[in-house]
Design a protein around this ligand. Sequence first.
Ligand SMILES: [Zn+2]
Length: 113
Amino acid sequence: MPHPKKKLTNAARNQRRSHHALKAINMAKCESCGKPIKPHHACLNCGMYKKREVIDVTKKLPKKERSKILKKKAKDESKDLKKIQKEVETLKKTESKKEDRKEGMKSVVRGDK
Ligand SMILES: [Zn+2]
């Protein structure tokens, strides 16, 4: 076994160890729940990464709590679906209005009524 030739003084040892201190890590904020998370890591509280669920956080919970959370999620999703459907309908309406205007302009240009 290799051994050091001479005893290292306390000062020399401490000088070497002066660079070993740990630095505080940077924390980012979770976009969906707001908890502090490591940057470029999935949130361990809600399991989201880049607005997409990548970890099923409910897996480790007892059955009762899990079913509660899943039911709530399903409700929220149905609400979101209804919102999206409404938005699509309003968009369709505005587009049809625009087309009507275009048609009107064409008829004016053509000179018919
Ligand atoms: Zn989160």
